[in-house]
Design a binder for this molecule. Structure first.
Ligand code: GRF
Length: 226
């Protein structure tokens, strides 16, 4: 059954685009019901409009506290009919109330191999540290920042002195593959949660992808179309 989702953004929305593209290609059985941004200038809003997807802007400054802000978002998401929420470059922490409104149905993507390098500068923190591998992580959201149970990770090589921007480009290419894949698994009802352990139910139809451009290690392996 098609999974109705909401995507929350603050910026460019390239991850949103990758999700909409996979939906458009018939690979991901989901429907973006609403794209919600806390910033009116977020380019991702234009990406959504170009696809005829409903958009909403909720500015934090217009609410006395985080709870009221999140309640407004919950209201918009619920009335869109979305049953799951993808944080895609949404630069705010959500409250426990928000998580309770969509239990085990809020996903986030982070541009580092968690639990290393949480926070807003994952790529440059990893590059500055001199790691030899970094990557990206899609995880369920819990009450701590960049912390919840991990659904899928992709690792890419990091090269001395290249800096966060260059490393980040390589990571972003993998973000665009693993996020739609994780949403696809959620839509197929194949993700089981057991404490911090996320189990992926096998699918008779799914076949692993061997394409590894850029060079990467992805686990669980990407399936065809992603
Ligand atoms: C991505 O690197 C994502 O992992 C991080 O913020 C960035 C958002 O990029 N949370 P975009 O808006 O999807 O292009």
């Amino acid at each position: 059954m098609t999974l109705p989702i909401a995507v929350l953004i603050s910026g460019g929305g390239s991850n949103l685009q990758s999700i909409m593209d996979r939906i458009g290609q018939g690979v991901l059985d989901a429907e973006v019901r609403v794209v919600l941004s806390d910033r009116p200038e977020a380019f991702g809003l234009e990406r959504a409009r170009a696809r005829g997807v409903a958009t909403a802007v909720v500015r934090r400054e217009e609410f006395p506290d985080r709870l009221d802000f999140d309640r407004e978002m919950i209201e918009i998401i619920r009335s869109s009919g979305a049953q799951a929420v993808c944080l895609a470059g949404f630069m705010r922490l959500v409250t426990p109330d928000f998580l309770h409104a969509f239990p085990d149905r809020v996903l986030n993507i982070h541009p580092a191999l968690l639990p290393s390098f949480p926070g807003v500068h994952g790529q440059s923190d990893a590059a500055g540290y001199g790691v030899k591998l970094s990557g990206c992580t899609v995880h369920f959201v819990d009450e701590q920042m960049d912390h919840g149970p991990i659904i899928i990770q992709a690792a890419v090589p990091a090269y001395p002195g290249e800096g966060g921007a260059k490393l980040g480009e390589r990571i972003l290419r993998l973000e665009h593959r693993i996020y739609p894949q994780a949403v696809g698994w959620l839509a197929q009802g194949r993700l089981g949660l057991d404490g911090r352990q996320v189990r992926l139910a096998p699918s008779g139809a799914a076949r692993a992808v061997l394409d590894q451009d850029p060079p990467c290690l992805v686990n669980p392996p990407l399936e065809q179309g992603f």
